[in-house]
Design a binder for this molecule. Sequence first.
Ligand code: CO
Length: 271
Amino acid sequence: MLVSATEMLKKARDGHYAVGQFNINNLEWTKAVLLTAQELNSPVILGVSEGAGKYMTGYKTVAAMVKAMVETLNITVPVALHLDHGRNFESCKAAIAGGYTSVMIDGSSLPFEENIEITREVVKYAHERGVSVEAELGVLAGVEDHVFSAGSTYTNPLDAVEFIKKTKVDALAISYGTMHGANKGKGAKLRKEIAIATKECLLHEGIFCALVSHGSSTVPQYIVKEINDLGGDIQNAYGIELAQLKEAARCGIDVFRIFDSLNWVPGMEVA
Ligand code: CO
């Protein structure tokens, strides 16, 4: 059975660990992620970008495939099926109708008040249907499907708290130094203070909201080498070091969104 991300994130908070979101693009990836989560007895969020959803012929197909696989493979760890970077309300609605148990509405490119407005609208709709919602505040550098941005504007913790209070969103992606894409810069430094400040303020308000770290792939160098040895051409591809992710988890990051640098397959039409 698929569940919303709410319960697993509260459990993660109580147990002092973070949950991984692994984006899927096809059957093989889905199977690998599910079996690994089961083997490690870990809850997991399966993320699907709009482009990946389209490639797999739509929300319904993805949800049906994931549900069937969870059942057939006897996956007993909590699994959430999550729309990654939903671009508008319609997209979120369609994902929920298709069977997703969690959605992201990415209004990070909108003015603050408009981002609040659209997020609030999606939260109301989704919560009535038992679906969890992630939003984004601040802008990440790098490339991800339709999300393009030249520079990086870190999230203001005070804005984050106001945003969370006004929208009642379950999870918030913050900008604190990670980047989308295969090159996150060699030795990227994370501004953990942003996560700490946001979490502290939320504690004082008595509010729980999971903080999400997008662009958190580790981009292991042996995989880059393997790809290049097989004729690939991946240059200057560096991820976030595992030690940094572990440190960030201790500083209040609840979800790591992994694999976004490999968020496509040949032939996939990226919307
Ligand atoms: Co992202």
